[in-house]
Every structure is written in C-alpha cells, then in structure tokens.
Write a protein that binds this ligand. Sequence first.
Ligand code: IMP
Length: 432
Amino acid sequence: MASTCVVGLQWGDEAKGKIVDLLCDQHDAVVRYQGGANAGHTVVADGVTYKLSLMPTGILRQGIDCVIGNGVVIHPPALLEEVEALARQGIAIGDRLHVSDRAHVILPYHLAEERLTEESAIAADHLGTTRRGIGPCYRDKVGRVHGVRVGDLYHPDLFRERLDRIIAYKNRLLTAMLPDFEPFDGRAVADEYLGFAARLRPFACDTVTWLHQALGRGRRLLFEGAQGSLLDVDHGSYPYVTSSNSSAAGIAAGSGVPTRHIDRWIGVVKAYTTRVGGGPFPTEQDNEVGERIRRVGKEYGTVTGRPRRCGWFDAVAVRYAARVSGSTEIALMLLDVLSGLDEVRVAVAYEDDSGGSIPEMPGQLADLERCRPVYETLPGWPDDLTGARSWSDLPAAARDYVRFLSKQIGVPVSIVSVGPERRQTIVIDEGR
Ligand code: IMP
C-alpha cells in the first residue's frame, strides 16, 4: 500500500492543491471523488500559475494519470474549457484523464434552480453557494428520477427521450417560480450535450474498474479532496455546507476504492481560518486583523472572486475535522501570512454566552452560532518567513506556534508551507 489522501480540515481553500502537487512524484494517479467546478485549486509551478477547478491537480505532471470519480458532478462545458485552457498553457492531457461514466452531469436547469434558491426572495434561506449548479445536481442524483450520468450521454436516443421529459417537468416548475424564466428547449439542450459528450468520449470510462486494475498493478493513488471537512454535507456546519462528503468520508463512495488501500492521511489547514459564503464562523475577525489576513493572504475566491471571511485558527473545529477525516499528519499552509502581527490567537475551546463550556464542535447550527471562542494568545513574529527552507530557519515564535497547533489538534504537523512555490515548503521530520 502506498496510497494517500489529502483533505482540507477547515472550510475549504486550504491550499490542498500545492500539497497534492508536491506529492505527485510519489504517486501514479490523482483521484477526485466529490464536488465539481465549485472547487478552485491554484498551483504555482516554476513561476507559472495554473487555475484548476474540476481537473485533478496531477494533470500538471506528465506521467500522472488523473481520475474524476463517480462522486464528482460534472459540468461538461466547464470541464472542456479547462482541458482547452491547459492545452493553451502547454499541458498535454493525452490519455491521462479518466472520467467516470457514473458521475452525474450538471445541466442548464441546475443553474436556474440554484438561482431560484440563492437569489429569489421566495427562498427561505440563501447559503451563499458558488452558483455552479452543484447542489441541484446532487439533489437530482439522490432523487433519482431526474439524475443524468455521463454514461447516459452515450445512449443518444434514450438520453433525448428522457431529457425531454425532465425538461418539461423543470420548465413547469421554474416558470411557476421564476417570473422572468425562459423555458429550456429540450432538443437544443440535448444537441448541445451530445456535442459535449462526443468531445469527452476519449476520457469517459468505468473508473472503478480502472482504479482497481491500477491498484492490482501496484499503482499508488492520491485522493484529492475538494472543499474542506467542515463543508461536508454530513459532518460539516449543516446547512452551510456543500452537497457532498468533502471530508475523507467521501473517498470510498465517490471513487469505489475502499479506504483500506490508503496508508497516509494528510489533513491540510491554513495557519488561520477562512470561509466563503454564509454560515457560522466562531473565530471570524471582522476587523483590521481579518482585513490584514485577507490582504496579505490574497484571500479572494478562486472560483467566484468573492472576498473570503478571515479569522484566527480554530483548534476546536480542526480537532473535530481531523477526527472525522482520520488525519494522522497535518500540512500547515500560509504560515508566512501571519508574519508581522504582534500576537497570534488560537481558539482552544468554546463557551456559550453565559460562560458555560462547550467542549466539542456542536452538530446543530443554533448551538454553533452560540459558540464564543476561548483564545490562547501567543507572541507573533516580525520576520518574513517566505525564504525559510528548514525548521531551523523559522523564528522561535513561529516554531512555538506550529508546536502549539500540533498539540491542540492532537496530530503532528509534518509539512509547513511559507509561500505558493514548490520550494517554499518545509518538511518536518526530526530536530523538533
Ligand atoms: P456549493 O458547493 O456551490 O453548493 O456552495 C456551498 C458552500 O460551500 C458555500 O458556502 C460555498 O462558498 C462553499 N464552497 C464550495 N466550494 C468551495 C471551495 O472550493 N472552497 C471554499 N468554499 C467552497
């Protein structure tokens, strides 16, 4: 066994792409198992910035296969656009991409449905989603009667017939709910999607079989989570979550590979916390500290460009997420962003308004909204960390901060990142 999982332990955007990119050399294939084009990975390699969304990060490395598993939801024009953008940047995909024929397809009415729930006054609550049709597509997947999978696109007659019926249903619903709604033309949508299907043909396959054959040949897989464990539909801050199992819990279901094949479990965290969209965020700093982190850390959404909400590291939330995702080591990202602060804070516990202790991350929204963080304050460091290349290059206060986080999470920090480049990475093995 030499397979690895890399998942975020916060609310997404933990810079997982950099860790996946670094570990590619030790693996043969990178596997996405959930989410869709709501994810955004930025990888900087040799001064070139690559923005990936649906595509597994391994695509940047020649010789690495990339799998988009059955648990992912695919918007074909978004995937094809990514394939073309990579080609323009000189990245050859060739026969390295494998897209599950069981993955569900995002259709235009999913985007309209999301507008309905996110924008219209009639919706009960807005979640602040990425508006990529993710939630409505997963809703149709579990609802079954309207689900469309990649494999369906290769049975054109059946697909046209079914899509006609689905679109008749969706048109009636959306016309009743959205005053300015232009009904979809079933035939035009089918033509468009069959065109996409033809272009995706070289990639579509049974990825479960592909992955098991790869394992049988001793290939090492790298499972790349999108979003973060606190956005997991079952284990996150529901309902302010994404619609998939974005913790490590999603791996087996979303790829068809049992997790007994994995022996390295990396949880990725930022040295602080960010969140995009709505939902509780106990350590949020809606003040100059938060603004400073946003400015220095360039905390704006890769997919939507929205400013991210920023705050202190929340050890209660990460401890919980590490448990759910089974993390046995932590990659600590963006430590350099905290340089220059007089002091840094870490939430080590929660309490309620009357000072009563809340020992664990609560499962209910109303309880989570009541949580007040109990902080430990540590000295900051003035030094620029971006040139540090080893543990001993870090100033003592930064080392103490890393050790403190490790202790609070209960999992050792094995990697510290001090900048976006591959070389701005410290691997911690001995001498701590
Ligand atoms: P959805 O995934 O578009 O349905 O959005 C649900 C929630 O997840 C919203 O709060 C989004 O901002 C958040 N979200 C989705 N994808 C990402 C991501 O890649 N990074 C951070 N937050 C995300």
